[in-house]
Ligand binder design. Sequence first.
Ligand SMILES: C[S@@+](CC[C@H](N)C(=O)[O-])C[C@H]1O[C@@H](n2cnc3c(N)ncnc32)[C@H](O)[C@@H]1O
Length: 220
Amino acid sequence: MHDFDQTYWERHWRESPLPTEPSRVPPANPYVVDETRDLTPGTALDAGCGVGAEAIWLAGQGWEVTGVDISATALAAADDRARAAAVSERVSWIEADASAWEPSQRWDLVMTNYAHPATPQLEFYLRLAQWVAPGGSLLIVGHRSGDHGHGHGSPDGTDHPPHEATATVEGITSRLDPSIWQVETAADRTRTTGGGHGHSGTLHDVVVRATRRVGTDDHQ
Ligand SMILES: C[S@@+](CC[C@H](N)C(=O)[O-])C[C@H]1O[C@@H](n2cnc3c(N)ncnc32)[C@H](O)[C@@H]1O
């Protein structure tokens, strides 16, 4: 077992065979596409953006996107892809540990897609929630608890994340104070993918989207 620290993620991305042709770049996660479809484009943060598929897709929809990731290698690939997709002017990339980062800005949409840091998963989600502007949205797509293994590409042949990198819908929504958050989506989802994001086979996910009520501050 290992920590999901910067060393781990930097090695993960250095060893990943990343497609260089834009036509072979994996599409954005369909849950992100579905959940943001009816939102009015504004500012967005993708925490743990990896090689940028979702950030670039959002930029293509008119959002002003910040992608933050702990891996410089992932961000360099994301930047190349944003140029290839001709959305560079609407995306900026920040190398930071989002579990310690203290951004001065708030965003209309804060999303995270399969990011799992070295810190507890729920703590990470609640930290991101603080960065949502009043009236804005929090979107979490994560690995669902209960179907886990030893880690991506682990020797046991599974590609399931370990338990500590997973969450349940109830675990997330029960931590969102209803006086601050209106939960719009809280769903278990299953899909099959051919891979491309470092994930392949059947994915068991949680999808939570919530709106920060207007007039609430960022204590949660
Ligand atoms: C499984 S990948 C998912 C990447 C991308 N969101 C996707 O869905 O393809 C997890 C990402 O989270 C990033 N990450 C992990 N811990 C982080 C942290 N503490 N701060 C910022 N990024 C982090 C990793 O570098 C990696 O790019």
